[in-house]
Design a protein around this ligand. Structure first.
Ligand SMILES: [Zn+2]
Length: 85
């Protein structure tokens, strides 16, 4: 589970015991956060780098899906990495 220090928003991921697929849950409720802490889920606390705070909203499954597609496209990935430098 990952908890943001700025707003307390939390998400988690796990491998489905049935099929082994990665499952991501976002915007966990306060109750669920408490339950996951209670059963001993690993908790990572994080915060956005200051220069990224102005992005529009939290990461979503759509962002993750777009990143997954980007990782599969070597040319586009190389271009994005080049622009970072
Ligand atoms: Zn499954």
């Amino acid at each position: 589970m990952r908890v943001c220090t700025a707003d307390g928003a939390a998400s988690c991921w796990f491998l489905c015991p049935g099929c082994g697929l990665l499952t991501v849950k976002e915007r966990l409720s306060v109750d669920l956060i408490g339950q996951l802490r209670y059963i001993g889920a690993d908790v990572t606390v994080w915060d956005l780098p200051r220069e990224r705070v102005d992005l529009t909203g939290p990461l979503t499954h759509d962002h993750l899906a777009a990143f997954h597609r980007l990782l599969a496209d070597d040319a586009q990935l190389a271009e994005r990495v080049r622009r970072l430098g």
